[in-house]
Design a binder for this molecule. Structure first.
Ligand code: SF4
Length: 709
């Protein structure tokens, strides 16, 4: 029984509403289309979509010490930071970043694991006079940096300037959505969910200051369920037209960001900023002198994913089936609907037939956007019918959202915002729209300095793939080598008797070799799979025969909790895909082996592969050699980089894909990995485990007896 309604502000339920504070005397509102923000009068907001140097306020340095002095053996960190030790590579990298900031230089810097990269860019940014944006890979890394390195630095050097955090709009509680849900004005389960978590929401709203939805004291799956109801994307936000504007958590965060000298964001926000500006929503990010991008190796793929949308045949067919299923029995008022659905099927076949006649089977075809006008008109008529049904009888929220995306894709292409091309992959037609946007091209035309950092920016020791993918030129580049002793403390094992990954018995053979290794090795194993199907193929055998705790990362599982279990449960095996290929930091005996099933090539029907195919066609380059191999090399380097996380770590990389030895491109993978001994022999693996002291007590000799001569 619900006894009262939660307040829509962060005040106690019984308190009178908080009065909106008067703005400081020197603040004046600046109007954007759709938003207004308050900024100090000395700050000039940029007129173009991307940051350029217009910021006129001079920020005084908080500390009169250079980066080198701070990081030296006699500096404040050596004195007060527990466990701090001077690392030569870290100091060199930090000095380079400091120089880039001071002189406005754009650069790409590769710093291997163990360099202490985060401190190397955070400290110069905090000491700099410049206005800086720091962008990290995702929300988790954003929180880690804010709660970890930044707080430690502030403890040692309290005079350092403030770091302000901004996340995407959909990370903040939205009072407007909450009100709609509470009053039953959202389709679906919104009202039920809000009532279900009424008590938790009420208590949280009283005490939260940030309004970040992840801080709700609920389980991860409950938060994600509730997020869909009480948050929204920036392009749906009402801005100053919203009656909750004064209390809005997101708007407050934006106002703080507009005044920040040092702003911490994530890559999604970095890449969405320009899109929002072009949609007339106002830029989220302030003008700055420099953007520092950590985990920059993610940008080539992220840029494609953000810029590319598709209409895929299998999705369209599933959508038609879903609409037929849901609307069955409600068609009396909408008799045209079945006819329109049949017309859509026929039109799709016609499009595919015509494209095939024009040689689509031989490769990607660029298509004039006007050619799809009949398809667009048909989709618009369908939307009209379904909207009527949605209001009167059936919840078609998801179907309508998908339909609107397809319509927008075709409309934007007609408006010259993107190019359209078609591809036939495994008999399935795909229409791809690629937006012609690349925020990084501003690097070539204005004075903003971009500093890209990552442990994996090079392939074959060269930055060419990274710079070509982002269309960058004139970057200074430099590599900083790892403090980890891979040559002595790691080994790469490619088992001699494995079939190639295309063979039917590959997964059984690979899992069986891994199980043999598990009997010999003392320590945890991280098994990284190229796909979820591959993981599922190995899982039953692993659970049945390993004799160890088997942990599995599946969509929806709490990543942080799973990693905690992996660290704490000795000798466990963690099977994972996707995001576990990077950003995992497990030290010591909890991780002694990284096992990788296949070279991590992108699937040919993935949107990234389609985009590369198109790009390679334009450039007359090779999609495989110039895009697919470098991308897979980068991913493999990230996976292998999970092994040694501290200088006293040691362990084995087991790679199940013998193409790395048999194919000509294999050498590019091997040359890009950290220099470590390569073996196909189990006897050499056993000797290595013994030398490192990581052989399991009482291990049987079965491991050796399976080796073929
Ligand atoms: S301003 Fe936007 S985000 Fe804030 S409450 Fe209103 S609609 Fe929601």
């Amino acid at each position: 029984m619900i006894s009262g309604k939660p307040s829509t502000s962060n005040q106690p339920l019984s308190s009178p509403p908080m009065r909106r504070p008067s703005p400081p005397a020197r603040m004046m509102p600046v109007m954007f289309v759709g938003f207004d923000i308050q900024v100090p009068p000395c700050v000039t907001l940029r007129p173009n979509p991307w940051p350029c140097v217009q910021y006129t306020r001079v920020v005084m340095p908080a500390l009169n010490q250079s980066v080198e002095e701070c990081l030296s053996a006699t500096g404040p960190l050596a004195g007060d930071w527990p466990g701090y030790r001077v690392r030569e590579e870290q100091v060199q990298l930090a000095v380079e970043v400091e120089k880039g900031l001071a002189e406005g230089l754009s650069m790409a810097l590769e710093a291997s694991t163990g360099t202490g990269k985060t401190l190397s860019y955070l400290l110069p940014a905090l000491l700099s006079r410049r206005r800086v944006i720091l962008s990290v890979g995702n929300l988790t890394l954003q929180d880690h940096l804010w709660l970890g390195e930044y707080q430690k630095l502030r403890t040692v050097l309290p005079q350092l300037r403030q770091l302000t955090v901004l996340k995407g709009c959909d990370n903040y509680f939205c009072h407007h959505r909450f009100q709609l849900a509470r009053e039953g004005r959202l389709p679906g389960q919104g009202q039920t969910l809000v009532h279900q978590f009424w008590a938790e929401l009420s208590a949280w709203l009283i005490q939260t200051r940030s309004g970040e939805i992840q801080t709700l004291p609920l389980a991860a799956d409950q938060i994600s369920e509730l997020s869909a109801v009480v948050t929204l994307g920036a392009d749906q936000c009402l801005g100053h037209r919203c009656s909750h504007f004064a209390d809005c958590y997101f708007q407050k965060a934006r106002q703080q960001a507009a005044q920040a000298d040092l702003l911490l964001i994530n890559h999604t926000l970095l890449l969405s900023d320009q899109r929002l500006f072009e949609k007339g929503m106002g830029a989220l990010l302030p003008a700055v002198d420099c953007v520092i991008v950590d985990e920059a190796h993610q940008l080539p793929e992220l840029l494609i994913r953000r810029n590319t949308e598709t209409i895929e045949e299998y999705r369209l067919q599933r959508w038609i089936q879903a609409v037929r299923r849901q609307t069955n029995g409600h068609l009396a008022l909408f008799p045209a609907l079945p006819v329109l659905l049949s017309q859509l099927e026929k039109l799709w076949q016609l499009i595919r037939h015509q494209l095939q006649q024009q040689g689509l089977d031989q490769g990607v075809k660029t298509v004039a956007a006007g050619s799809f006008k009949p398809l667009e008109e048909l989709l618009l008529r369908l939307r009209e019918q379904l909207s009527g049904l949605h209001v009167s009888a059936v919840d078609l929220t998801r179907e309508l959202r998908q339909l609107t995306q397809w319509i927008e894709l075709l409309q934007q292409a007609r408006g010259d915002e993107s190019v359209l091309y078609c591809d036939l992959v495994e008999g399935q037609l795909k229409i791809v729209a690629a937006r012609l946007q690349n925020p990084f091209t501003s690097l070539n035309s204005d004075a903003v300095a971009w500093i890209f950092l990552s442990a994996t920016l090079t392939v074959d020791g060269c930055f060419e793939y990274f710079t070509r993918s982002l269309e960058l030129s004139g970057l200074q580049t430099r590599r900083y080598h790892s403090a980890m002793d891979y040559e002595q403390r790691a080994m790469l094992w490619v088992p001699a008797d494995l079939p190639l990954p295309s063979a039917e018995d590959f997964f059984e053979a690979w899992t069986s070799r891994l199980l043999h290794l598990a009997q010999q090795l003392d320590g945890g194993i991280l098994a990284l799979f190229s796909s979820h199907q591959a993981l599922q193929a190995s899982l039953p055998l692993m659970q049945e025969c390993s004799g160890r705790t088997v942990l599995v990362y599946e969509p929806g599982v709490n990543r942080h909790r799973l990693l905690q279990q992996f660290r704490q449960q000795a000798n466990s095996i963690l099977l994972a895909t996707g995001s576990f290929w990077e950003g995992i930091d497990v030290q010591g005996a909890a991780l002694r082996c990284v096992a990788i099933d296949k070279l991590p090539f992108a699937a040919p029907d993935d949107v990234v592969s389609l985009a590369w195919k198109y790009k390679a066609g334009l450039e007359q380059s090779s999609v495989f050699s110039d895009y697919m191999v470098p991308h897979a090399v980068t991913r493999l380097r990230q996976g292998v980089g999970r092994l040694l996380r501290a200088t006293d770590d040691c362990g084995l990389v087991m790679l199940g894909d013998r193409r790395v030895l048999k194919k000509t491109y294999g050498i590019r993978f091997l040359q890009s990995l950290p220099p470590m001994p390569l073996t196909e022999s189990e006897a050499e693996v056993a000797a290595f485990l013994s030398r490192m002291g990581i052989t399991r007590k009482g291990a049987s000799n079965e491991f050796f007896s399976t080796e073929k001569n």
